[in-house]
Design a protein around this ligand. Structure first.
Ligand code: NAD
Ligand code: AKB
Length: 318
């Protein structure tokens, strides 16, 4: 049973994950318990569902005051620059992705917060990691600035857990696919765009080559994984850097074939851009056996089930 004494702050609540995670946390813990925050204006889907505050997480003092004012017990930190945006301004990405995490970890230590959630990514792996079934523990030499921030972030999480007993938990999300909120500047965004363009125009130009396989996950699985990890007994959490989690792996050609089963007229063509190089440095598939063994992770959506659900929901919106 969820503890009703919790007070949860979601930072970066108006992004692709934040919107759906905030809505789900409000369903579980009650709407008044979950405070959404972001730099941006409140997302349309969050309006009227619970408290919203404007917050720049880089301002540690404001964040600290907010934690005290609302008696916050848990923080979910989702603010970050994603892979493609980060490459455009590496120093800005380093500053946002690292300082946000350090501010949260440090206030969590000072105020003895119960739990912190911070996502890492499959981007933590680089060209020298095994490409297929990339293991939890392996060579990690990311070549993107985004991956470098994720790797450093993972080390900081483990450090704060070991040194200060901050109960920080983390998942290495694959590319996430959703219809409720838009993706925010990543390399896997094509797998969301393709559905929108298929439904609207029966046509999509992919910025990744036809055969570029990447690990992917449908948003309902990602939200459930997050909640399950955060609700798991602390004794079950053996990995204090970040857990590999997987669900499916496909390429632009593979997802196009699946969409054609529903929309036979659909056509895909290819015009790669600089995001190809980022994708080429990442795993093709992920070994998530430690998450499965430690806290019982199981995905529910494969490519076929996700495609049917995405198309059905997007068609409703036309
Ligand atoms: P997003 O870009 O959609 O959302 C991030 C949100 O953070 C935005 O609403 C933005 O306004 C906000 N933000 C940025 N700077 C801020 C600041 N200084 N203060 C407060 N808010 C700020 O990103 P997302 O896809 O929701 O990703 C959330 C987290 O999950 C990130 O850490 C990302 O690296 C990670 N992740 C996402 C994916 C994915 O496919 N979406 C995959 C792997 C990991
Ligand atoms: C991105 O493409 O940057 C993200 C990720 C896999 O971390 N979706």
């Amino acid at each position: 049973m969820p503890n009703r004494d919790e007070k949860i702050l979601v930072v970066g609540a108006c992004g692709q994950i934040g919107v759906e995670l905030t809505l789900q946390l409000r369903k579980i813990y009650g709407e008044g318990t979950v405070i959404a925050s972001d730099l941006r204006e409140e997302h349309q889907l969050l309006k009227g569902t619970g408290p919203y505050v404007s917050l720049d997480i880089l301002n540690k003092e404001t964040f600290h005051v907010l934690v005290l004012r609302y008696n916050i017990t848990q923080v979910y930190l989702l603010a970050a620059l994603l892979s493609a945006t980060a490459e455009k301004n590496p120093l800005l990405a380093w500053n946002i992705n690292m300082q946000s995490l350090l501010n949260v970890l440090d206030v969590a230590k000072e105020e003895n917060l119960k739990k912190v959630y911070w996502p890492s990514s499959i981007a933590v792996f680089g060209p020298s990691s095994p490409k297929e079934n990339t293991p939890q523990h392996t060579v990690i030499e990311p070549s993107t600035i985004y991956g470098i921030t994720k790797f450093a972030g993972e080390r900081w999480c483990e450090y704060y857990f070991n040194r200060y007993k901050v109960d920080v938990r983390s998942l290495r999300y694959p590319g996430l696919i959703s219809y409720k909120s838009q993706p925010g500047g990543g390399t896997t965004d094509y797998a969301v765009e393709i559905f929108h363009d298929a439904v609207r125009h029966n046509h999509y130009t992919s910025f990744l080559n036809a055969g570029t396989f990447l690990p992917m996950m449908y948003m309902p699985d990602a939200i459930r994984a997050t909640v399950e990890l955060m609700q798991a007994d602390a004794s079950k959490i053996k990995v204090r850097s970040s857990y590999n989690i997987g669900a499916m792996s496909f390429s632009p050609a593979g997802i196009a074939d699946e969409i054609k089963k529903h929309l036979p007229e659909f056509v895909i063509d290819y015009k790669k851009d600089n995001r190809q190089q980022i994708a080429d440095s990442w795993p093709r598939s992920i070994d998530d056996s430690e998450a499965k063994n430690d806290w019982g992770w199981q995905p529910e959506y494969d490519l076929a089930r996700m495609t049917a659900d995405m198309l059905q929901n997007l068609k409703k919106g036309i």
